[in-house]
Ligand binder design. Sequence first.
Ligand SMILES: N[C@@H](CCC(=O)N[C@@H](CS)C(=O)NCC(=O)O)C(=O)O
Length: 212
Amino acid sequence: MTVPKYRLTYFNWMWIAEPTRFLLSYVGEDFEDVRLSYEEWMKDDPKINKNDFPYGKLPVLEDRENNLKLGQSFAIARYLARKYNLVGNTIVDAAKCDEYADVLKDMLSEVEPMWRADEKQKAEIKAAFLEKTVPRYFSVIETDLKNNGGKYLVGKTTTWVDFLCAHFTEMFQIYLNTDILTNYPALKAHQHQVFEISAIKEWKDKRPVTPY
Ligand SMILES: N[C@@H](CCC(=O)N[C@@H](CS)C(=O)NCC(=O)O)C(=O)O
């Protein structure tokens, strides 16, 4: 049996590792999808050696081909995107990909505090996210997407931000239990199209079922 080129270690969640799983599925690369127990990790269970992972955080990608161990989920996705030519055709395309990726990262950083918040704080974070954050960012991306024809966020080919955007819009919907795309039909249609790509659909159908 051949050892896959890639080993991706994360917890048993989609969250910030899923765009990389989409990417590897899309380019047809087999990968070891290692899912550590968050409970064991937090208890410093001796089974897990946190020193194996840069910064003691997950996800971490190992690329055996390039003898690389890489931390930081967005750096991982961007690295694979560059390796497989999923950053558009020009430096302007690549820059637009980075811009949208950073938008999604900013949005993520606004919902993440819900993880440790009490019920009152959760409601406040959710309200601010829906009333301010979503319109601030999605109104721009919705217009850009429409102007670009609706199929791709950047240029005329699939890029890594198509995966990021489809995934995180779904994550926000699940996490906030709200259809955040109601007012953004182009983004909704784009998400649907990404999920209909056969490799992505196949991955989504076979991936472990997790709450987020
Ligand atoms: N900015 C980092 C965040 C990494 C991060 O905080 N990962 C969390 C899981 S989502 C983690 O490893 N938590 C365990 C810990 O901090 O000990 C990334 O995007 O990869």
